[in-house]
Design a protein around this ligand. Sequence first.
Ligand code: FEC
Length: 313
Amino acid sequence: MPRTVGVLVMSYGTPESLDQIEAYYTHIRRGKPPTQDQLQDLKRRYEAIVGGFFPLRKNTDNQVAALQDTLNGSDPGTRFVCYQGLKHAGPYIEDGVRAMAGDGVREAVGVVLAPHYSIMSVGGYIKRAQAAAEEAGVRMVFVESYHLHPKLIKALSDRVKRALDRFTEVDPEEVRVLFTAHSLPERILQMNDPYPDQLTETARAVAESAGVENWQFAWQSAGQTGEPWLGPDILEQLEHIHSQEGVDYALICPIGFVSDHLEVLYDLDIEAQALARKLGMRLERTEMLNTEPLYMETLADVIRSQSRALQEG
Ligand code: FEC
């Protein structure tokens, strides 16, 4: 009989209707409800992208189903069973662990649908999953990051190359490639957090693989929490490269995210696009990974390797 290993696939989570936004936002703010202005602003952003339909829900379902197929395609000795565990919406991380335990799963690997480790992001997912696993009696190990996996780099660099081909009116070397990721509060720098370095490493590896020399990194989607967040922000960066360096063509590659959701579809496709239009720049974005087979294989590789470590240890 094959060995059964649970896989807790963790992702950010999204509301499923406009009236769930307040509870979702309150959860993100660790139980502190948003002000009416903050709530209205967030509702406006969700309505702007899809008019009440929340793409991350379906995209996460699709990614988890594709991952389960990929995992079970080539290792007959192990049966992998995937469970979702979301950070800010149901099924929460703790629900996913309890569901595994309820099905009799006794050993599991946890992975986050975000390639870069930060104590404030992936570290937070792992801490909650670990606590739930101890309580439920599930032996669990975790994938912390996979930001330089060769298949991930290939999937991203293929996207950069394809997107550069869209700039038919200009030499691709004139297009500034801007790699982006979610900003975090600046205080992570005092914690020696690997997040900024891992992101630079991914950006450099993707640029090298795509043969791009004209690139830089910028942060996006910083929160309004009253403390400083990591910069430069993508909007400031677009203004800067246009006004100070005469750049008219830019391509954003959001390496910190793996699917289509609010932070990409609003912050980049609506907000950054509006600024680019105002400045008279042409701005494009690379396609997101979603269920890209190379991304699924990246996840399957790192999960299988943790599953072997679990068996040996
Ligand atoms: O499509 C969707 O429904 C959800 C899109 C979404 C993703 C996402 C990923 C990350 N976040 C990260 C950090 C923070 C920090 C705060 C914060 C706040 C928000 C808010 C929304 C939101 N995030 Fe998010 N994030 C997404 C959505 N995020 C909505 C609240 C309103 C706003 O600021 O826009 C600030 C918390 C606080 O107030 O204290 C910090 C990081 C990631 C990437 C890694 C991951 O996916 O976990 C880091 C997707």
